[in-house]
Design a protein around this ligand. Structure first.
Ligand code: SF4
Length: 765
């Protein structure tokens, strides 16, 4: 309850993609309290343990407060002017060898500024976000199916569905407030079936009526098994597919995201081998459970929602399994009405808003545009008022390639020489870390021309590798706008000052833009790679729209957001003016004006909900990749994981998160309540495997893959319970880098790595 002397204001929680709203209490220029916001639709006053402690994330003792430049093995405090000049020097010396690595934790204005800085200002597409590592396969799944990204459903589905299927997903720990919307219904006596399909038992399993334990990549077989049964039993929705769907399969001769058209008969015959018994062999899930899923999807009376997150996305067949889950919903007609939706969740607070909508991926442009499309480049150049041809048509490096290039000596082809990292911790999260950073960390001699810039709020595994460290503002130390997993755009205002000389990431990006532009005006006019932002129409001279004095002021978020908003209409992702978000607890796009009021959209592509569906159409996939208003139902064959256990490395390692810690723990490990509740990393192992290896709870165990090894304490049947043959290690602990072990195999379309399936061996030490 509000107390006197405390100023309360709304903000979304800093952490996960659920997007809960909090009321932030400020007294004496400090955040002193946080409460769940009862007026917010997303969470209705609830928060999880991370949300209740989010305010403390600001006040860890080791906040970075000064720019620091590496001098030998040490760091020296420098001024912001010197830091900005140092970055500008690196860029000016080799603009084409500079890369920007960002985040789904960037606010929308921060990501938009970075995107424009690179693709417009530098004519360089080497910008990619960490979301490549967590949800890129969801993007390609949506694009392959609907021709446009992001979920058609929304969180309201959880309030009305009869069946909730979680595909390799643990929302009880990763999206707990969202999950409570459906578990609350059960505790009120409502009949809703919860089904957990996973590779280990988790807290989610405890809340479910059915647990279907699968082998890694078993999901590919299960989705095909459901489709097989729908067709065999005649329980697919013929009217829905005749009216709204086509069929697709991979084009092996010309592999591409949109594959090749197939007939319904082709689809049926491709599915023929996926009998429940065969699916049981491939997935490990008993045939009768596959039949149960087939019967559920075959029942038109039930409302079925599917949820997934990194389990399906961090997958060398991530695009395939995403498309196939959409496929079983479409084939059975469980789509487009409240409670019937395939919905991917995001881990980060603005993986949708900043990464997917703003388009900070290396192939993307704002508002769903792509650099390979001439018309999209022209629209972008026109909106930015820069010369035709300025935006480059070749996608920049995706995350794995960008870091491989940076960590490869220049004379061996490593053509990225400088990376600027904002709001993320790749020194902990990239796969196969030994391959990347041991040369950098242990022996800089062959990488001496490389330069790493890291903006962050605390020292991390990445700042330890940095040549220049910049102290950043976080959360309510700055204005912000983010977009959560259900297309909801949320806004907040700055409430407290950041510590010391910390500055927000927009300020940092614009400061470098300002410096580069000034240099360009003083001697680079004839260079094609001069830094550029806007061209005056009358005399064709560049002008700095990010002019420091006139642009960067207290309203920078509003300026950037309203500029970005112009991009949102092409793909019917319309945003409202900034001031509408100030009034609301978020609005789900498309947001359209009717009779002077702005209205959000809950269900896309569905008549009566989506303002862009024409009257009488019922369902209209108006961005269909086949230009016929139809979605694509995909067949993809089951294929084995990139690495499987063998005699040498007999166990399958899965990595993931825990309730108490935000991803790499860089913020939550500074919160005493959270770090004492979950102090360190651990190896989760079944009691049976522990017996085989003579391991007891707390024993130190060496875990070794073909790429590295770590020593870590064992937790037998701990937070989760893996089956025999599988072990689990969370990635939050920077002292126990599980990504020294992981494989860097990627999905061919999304370029997302598979962190869930690496072969390892263990021994007690
Ligand atoms: Fe924050 Fe996510 Fe917890 Fe909500 S569920 S309080 S957004 S961490």
């Amino acid at each position: 309850e509000p107390k006197s002397g405390i100023q309360w204001n709304k903000a979304p929680c800093r952490f996960c993609g659920t997007g809960c709203h909090v009321q932030v209490g400020v007294q004496d220029s400090k955040v002193v309290a946080v409460a769940g916001d009862r007026n917010a639709d997303v969470n209705k006053g609830l928060l999880c343990v991370k949300g209740y402690h989010v305010g403390s994330a600001l006040y860890g003792k080791d906040r970075l407060t000064k720019p620091l430049l590496r001098v030998g093995d040490d760091y020296q405090e420098i001024s912001w002017n010197k830091a900005i000049e140092t970055i500008a020097d690196r860029i000016e010396a080799a603009p084409e060898r500079f890369a920007f690595y960002g985040s789904g934790q960037w606010t929308i204005p921060e990501g938009y500024a970075a995107q424009k800085f690179m693709k417009g200002g530098l004519a360089n597409n080497h910008i990619d976000p960490n979301a490549r590592l967590c949800m890129a396969s969801a993007v390609t799944g949506f694009l392959a199916t609907y021709g446009v990204d992001e979920p058609a459903g929304c969180y309201d589905d959880l309030d009305v569905c009869d069946v909730l299927i979680m595909w390799g997903n643990n929302p009880a720990e990763m999206h707990p407030v969202l999950f409570s919307r459906v578990t609350d219904r059960r505790s009120r006596g409502e009949n809703v079936q919860l089904i957990d399909i996973g590779t280990r038992r988790t807290r989610t399993t405890d809340a479910c009526q059915h647990y279907l334990e699968m082998k890694g990549h078993g999901d590919l077989a299960i989705a095909n098994g459901i489709a097989h049964l729908l067709i065999k039993n005649g329980t697919y929705d013929r009217k829905f597919i005749d009216s709204f769907c086509n069929f697709k399969a991979p084009d092996d001769e010309n592999p591409n995201l949109h594959g090749k058209a197939i007939s319904f008969d082709d689809y049926r015959s491709f599915l023929e081998p996926y009998t429940p018994e065969h699916v049981e062999q491939l997935s490990g899930v008993p045939a009768e459970k596959i039949r149960m899923l087939g019967d559920l999807f075959g029942n038109p009376e039930l409302k079925i929602t599917s949820l997934w997150c990194m389990g399906m996305n961090q997958h060398t067949r991530g695009t395939a399994i995403n498309s196939m889950v959409h496929g079983v919903h479409l084939l059975s007609g469980h789509f487009g009405t409240p409670g019937n939706a395939p919905t991917s969740l995001t881990g980060q607070p603005s993986a949708c808003g900043t990464v997917r909508e703003v388009g900070t991926l290396s192939h993307a442009l704002p508002g769903g545009r792509v650099v390979t499309n001439e018309e999209h480049r022209k629209q972008t150049e026109d909106l930015w008022n820069i010369p035709a041809g300025r935006v480059q048509s070749t996608p920049g490096y995706h995350t794995v390639k960008m870091w491989e290039s940076f960590c490869t000596p220049t004379d061996q082809g490593g053509d990225i020489s400088t990376i600027w990292v904002q709001v993320t911790n790749p020194g902990q999260t990239l796969p196969n870390l030994n391959k990347l950073f041991n040369p950098k960390g242990n022996n800089k001699t062959n990488l001496k021309d490389k330069f790493l810039i890291v903006s962050d709020v605390y020292p991390t595994a990445t700042t330890r590798l940095a040549d220049l460290i910049l102290p950043s503002a976080m959360w309510v130390e700055k204005n912000g706008v983010v977009g959560n997993s259900e297309r909801r755009t949320q806004q907040w205002f700055k409430m407290v000052d950041p510590p010391g000389d910390a500055r927000d990431d927009c300020w940092q990006t614009i400061a470098v833009a300002h410096e580069l532009f000034d240099r360009g005006n003083e001697g680079m006019q004839d260079r094609d790679d001069r830094f550029l932002f806007e061209v005056k129409n009358n005399d064709d001279k560049p002008v700095p729209i990010w002019d420091w004095e006139h642009y960067y002021d207290v309203n920078v978020d509003k300026h950037l957001f309203d500029e970005y908003r112009q991009f949102s209409r092409l793909k019917h992702k319309d945003l409202a003016p900034y001031d509408e978000y100030v009034k609301a607890h978020g609005l789900r796009w498309p947001v359209v004006e009717q009779n002077g009021e702005w209205h959000e959209t809950r269900w896309r592509f569905s008549e009566g909900y989506d303002p862009y569906v024409k009257s009488g159409e019922e369902i209209q996939f108006y961005h269909s990749s086949t230009h016929d208003d139809r979605a694509q139902i995909w067949f993809h064959p089951w294929i084995a994981p990139a690495e499987v256990p063998d005699n040498e490395y007999p166990l399958m390692l899965c990595t993931g998160r825990v309730l108490e810690h935000w991803h790499t723990g860089s913020m939550t490990r500074r919160i005493p309540e959270l770090s004492s509740a979950m102090p360190g990393g651990y190896l989760e192992i079944s009691a049976e495997d522990a017996d085989v290896y003579g391991i007891r709870n707390g024993d130190k165990v060496q875990v070794e893959s073909r790429r590295g090894s770590i020593v870590i304490p064992a937790w037998i049947d701990g937070r989760g319970q893996p089956p025999r043959g599988t072990v689990f290690i969370p990635f939050f602990d920077e002292t126990l880098l599980v990504n020294d072990l992981t494989l860097d195999a990627i999905d061919p379309f999304s370029k997302q790595p598979d962190y869930k399936k690496s072969a390892v061996r263990i021994k007690k030490v």
